[in-house]
Design a protein around this ligand. Sequence first.
Ligand code: IMP
Ligand code: MG
Length: 178
Amino acid sequence: MVIHRRNVQVLISEGEILRRVQEMARQLEGDYKGKELIVVGLLKGACPFLADLARAVDLDIRMDFMKVSSYGSGRESSGNVKIALDIDSDIDGKHVLVVEDIVDTGQTLAVVIKHLQASNPASVRVCSLLDKPSRRKVDVSADYVGFTIEDYFVVGYGMDLDGLYRNLPYVGVYGDRG
Ligand code: IMP
Ligand code: MG
């Protein structure tokens, strides 16, 4: 295990991520070909994944963003999820794909899906780079998942610890992994 930064060990390498992004892009092309698709990235964590995924898909998409804050810091989301920035697109009758970095308890996604569904879209699906199913508190799931992982606190490729490490090109585990 290569230690690239203090306390961060590589879990999923840059190469593995980019290969998986290509596979997911092919799947999305099959599912959304000929459909009007708006991709909604969740700030800030989904930015690197969204940037790579959007450039990998051969589809005419629109991009929009939401920011959801959970008023927690460090490793735990508080569950008190609020929409801090909403999309400005009209999604009525359109297909929406929410792009997220990681689904943990599911509380964020539950709020986002409910909010988007209120605007009468043709469909709402979720594409998440990572999924930590063992942590789920709310019954939601992503339709497209890059990698399912154990209950590690991960950083990099968009994910942070107190704002740091989002720019690492790989996903790493923060702290000791046993
Ligand atoms: P949820 O509402 O508990 O599903 O939390 C989702 C959000 O928590 C994600 O969008 C991430 O911003 C953050 N999060 C959850 N797990 C991790 C992690 O292991 N590392 C960094 N951020 C995480
Ligand atoms: Mg976050």
